[in-house]
Ligand binder design. Structure first.
Ligand SMILES: Cc1cc2nc3c(=O)[nH]c(=O)nc-3n(C[C@H](O)[C@H](O)[C@H](O)COP(=O)(O)OP(=O)(O)OC[C@H]3O[C@@H](n4cnc5c(N)ncnc54)[C@H](O)[C@@H]3O)c2cc1C
Length: 266
C-alpha cells in the first residue's frame, strides 16, 4: 500500500508567548521559535508505519512549510518514512486552510497515487481540523475524520473506529481515502539511533511553486478567504482574594462579587 502522511511543522507550544503577528500582513511571525512536528501527525505517521509493516509499500511525507523546517521533518525519516516532499515558497505564506490544500494536493499528485492519505485530526496552532476533509474533496478521495482506531486494513478498504461523542462508531471506508487520526489511535514509536543514521540517506526534496501544477491565485494570503484579524495571548494566572469575616457576611460578599463579574445572575 502506498501511503502519504501530511505533516505540519508547528511552533513549539512551550514557546508560544514569543509568537506575534506581523502588524502589516497579519501573518504569524515564527522566526526564532523552535519548530516541532504537530503532535497528532506523529500518530498519523505511526498508523502508516504499522500498515506498511503488515502490507508493505512506500510512505511519503508531504509538508507545506518554510525551508528551515527541513531538520525537524527529517525526524519523520528517522521514524521510518521513506521520503519527504517539502513544499516551500514565499507564494504559500499566510495561507488559510482553503489555500493550503491545493498545495498539499499538488504535492501528493507529484509523489504518486497513494491508496491512503493520513493526516492528524488537528494542528496545535490553527486547530481547524479542516485540512483532511478539504484534501479528500480536492483529490476525489473518500474522507473519514477523527479516526481513533484501525480495526481492519486491506488495499481495498479500511474498517475504522470513528470518534463520536458517546464513544466510537465502527465505519467501513473504501480506498483511496483521506483519514485524519486522533491521539487515541495508537502510541507513536520513539526515535532510535539506527533510524537517525538511516534518515541521512533518505530523500528530502524541496519543491517550489514552479515545480508544482498550481494556480497561484489559490495560494498564500492572496488565495485565503480567511484573514487573521488580530491575535493576542490571553492573560493567564488567577487573582487570589481572601474574604474574611463571619461566615454569613463572607457568603453575602462572595455572592455580591460573583454577581459583579456576572458569574451569577443578579
Ligand atoms: C492561531 C491560528 C488560527 C488560525 N485560524 C484559521 C482559521 O480559522 N481558518 C483557516 O482557514 N485557517 C486558519 N489558520 C491558518 C491555518 O493554520 C493554516 O491554513 C494551516 O496551514 C492549515 O490549517 P490548520 O492548522 O487548522 O490545519 P488542521 O486542519 O487543523 O490540520 C489537520 C492536519 O492537516 C495536515 N496539515 C495541516 N496543515 C499542513 C501543512 N501546512 N503541511 C502539511 N500538512 C498539514 C496535518 O496532518 C494536520 O494534522 C490559523 C492559523 C493560526 C496560527
Amino acid at each position: 500500500m502506498d501511503i502519504v502522511v501530511c505533516v505540519k511543522p508547528v511552533p513549539d507550544p512551550k514557546q508560544w508567548s514569543k509568537l506575534h503577528l506581523d502588524p502589516v500582513t497579519k501573518v504569524l511571525r515564527r522566526e526564532g521559535i523552535e519548530t516541532v512536528l504537530n503532535p497528532h501527525d506523529k500518530h498519523a505517521l505511526e498508523a502508516a508505519l504499522q500498515i506498511r509493516q503488515a502490507h508493505g509499500g512506500r510512505i511519503g511525507v508531504v509538508s507545506m512549510a518554510p525551508p528551515w523546517t527541513q531538520e525537524v521533518l527529517r525526524e519523520t525519516l528517522a521514524l521510518g518514512a521513506d521520503e519527504v516532499l517539502l513544499l516551500s515558497d514565499r507564494a504559500f505564506a499566510g495561507a488559510d486552510t482553503w489555500a493550503t490544500v491545493p498545495v498539499l494536493a499538488a504535492g501528493i499528485r507529484r509523489w504518486g497515487r497513494p491508496d491512503l492519505v493520513l493526516c492528524g485530526a488537528e494542528s496545535v496552532d490553527g486547530s481547524t481540523g479542516q485540512v483532511g476533509p478539504q484534501l479528500a474533496h480536492l483529490l476525489g478521495y473518500a474522507s473519514l475524520s477523527y479516526v481513533c482506531g484501525l480495526e481492519e486494513v486491506s488495499p481495498e478498504r479500511i474498517i475504522a473506529h470513528w470518534q463520536v461523542e458517546e464513544g466510537y462508531a465502527q465505519v467501513e471506508v473504501q480506498l483511496p481515502a483521506v483519514l485524519t487520526v486522533t491521539r487515541e489511535c495508537n502510541q507513536p514509536r520513539g526515535l532510535n539511533l539506527m533510524g537517525v543514521v538511516q534518515a541521512r540517506n533518505k530523500p528530502l526534496t524541496m519543491l517550489t511553486a514552479a515545480d508544482l501544477d498550481l494556480d497561484l491565485d489559490r495560494c498564500g494570503l492572496g488565495g485565503s478567504p480567511t484573514q487573521m484579524g488580530d491575535m493576542w495571548m490571553p492573560e493567564s494566572g488567577r487573582r487570589q482574594v481572601i474574604l474574611e469575616g463571619e461566615t454569613e457576611e463572607v457568603i453575602q460578599e462572595l455572592i455580591r462579587r460573583l454577581c459583579q463579574v456576572a458569574a451569577l445572575p443578579e
